[in-house]
Structures are given as C-alpha cells and as structure tokens.
Design a protein around this ligand. Structure first.
Ligand SMILES: Cc1cc2nc3c(=O)[nH]c(=O)nc-3n(C[C@H](O)[C@H](O)[C@H](O)COP(=O)(O)O)c2cc1C
Length: 161
C-alpha cells in the first residue's frame, strides 16, 4: 500500500494546463494509473470535502487511468456525513467504482489516537483490516491494472530510453 503524499503539490486545476501537464500532475496521474485501487479519506470542512481533495479529483476527471478504478471511502468522523456523501457523489460522477462494503466509518473524532494507537485498538484496526481485505477481494475480481502505462509517465519514458 502506498500513501501518496503529493496532493498538496498539485497546482489548482486549470483546463488550460492540459496541453502541457505540470510534472506534479503527471506524477499523480501515473501513480493513480498504476494503482489497483484507491483509498480516499477526507476531513469535512464546512460540510464539504477539503479543497485539496477536490482539486486532486478535478485533475482526474476524464483521465483514462482513473475511469473504472475501485475506490474505498474512509470516513474518520461519523458525524461528518456531508463530505462523505459529496465524495461518493463526485466519485460516481467520475465513473469510479465505489466499493461500498470496503467504505467504512471510523469513530476517530476526539479519540486522539495516533497511528500506533489505531493499530492497538481492536475496534479501529479490525474495521480497517476488514475494509482492506474487502477491497483486496474486489480488486481480485477484475483484470490487473498494474501494467497500465500512461503515455505521460515520465518515469516510464525515462526507462524506455
Ligand atoms: C476549516 C474547518 C472546517 C470544518 N468543518 C467541519 C464540518 O463542517 N463538519 C464537521 O463535522 N467537522 C468540521 N471540521 C472538523 C474537521 O472535519 C475535523 O474533524 C477536525 O479538524 C479534527 O481533525 P483531526 O482529526 O485531524 O484533528 C472542520 C474543521 C476545520 C479546520
């Protein structure tokens, strides 16, 4: 599993940039295209998803490496249903396959659990483990995506010489 830490590096979505995509967008696209599935979790800000998440999703609208990809949505604050609903609606609109059985609510708000605390919590670790196993099983029902090469993949082009 890879945690993609470059969402904050993406420029604000701008259709005018599509003719010559910035390197950070190409890197993001190639990581998505190479992924078997995506796990997305967004805090709720003013009843919506964060601008960072929405901006990242906007860069994936119409991107062929995203269409049909299986996605699990993790909601770390069960009271925050607006962002969760909005995220699912956006993903459905973008032709992602939301795997409902792997999309779970985690009662983390106010728990002050760090990563180790989550691992030590039987409830939280169990819920996440079950969600990952369910997503894995859903992925195995489809042909592998791993070998997908996005034409804009700078790393692949470098390897190809
Ligand atoms: C700008 C801003 C807006 C927020 N809006 C909402 C909201 O509409 N609904 C909600 O349930 N929580 C809202 N929150 C709380 C966050 O979703 C999140 O639960 C809180 O920041 C705790 O995050 P942490 O677990 O990373 O500490 C907001 C927080 C911030 C900073």
């Amino acid at each position: 599993m890879t945690v993609y830490s470059g969402l904050g590096d993406l420029p604000l979505f701008n259709l005018d940039l599509e003719a010559g995509l910035p390197a950070d967008v190409v890197r993001f696209h190639s990581n998505v295209a190479a992924a078997d599935a995506l796990l997305i979790a967004s805090p709720e800000y003013a009843h919506g998803v964060t601008g960072t998440i929405k901006n990242a999703l906007d860069w994936l609208v119409g991107f062929e490496g995203f269409a049909g990809i299986q996605v699990a949505v993790l909601n770390a604050s069960p009271r925050a249903h607006h962002a969760d609903d909005a995220l699912r609606e956006t993903l459905r609109t973008m032709a992602a396959a939301v795997v409902e059985e792997a999309s779970v609510n985690l009662p983390l708000l106010g728990s002050h659990l760090d990563e180790n605390g989550m691992i030590e919590s039987a409830e939280i670790a169990g819920t996440i483990g079950d969600a990952l196993a369910t997503l894995d099983a859903a992925v195995l029902t489809l042909p592998p995506r791993r070998n997908t090469v996005y034409p804009g993949d700078i790393n692949q082009r470098a390897e190809d010489g």
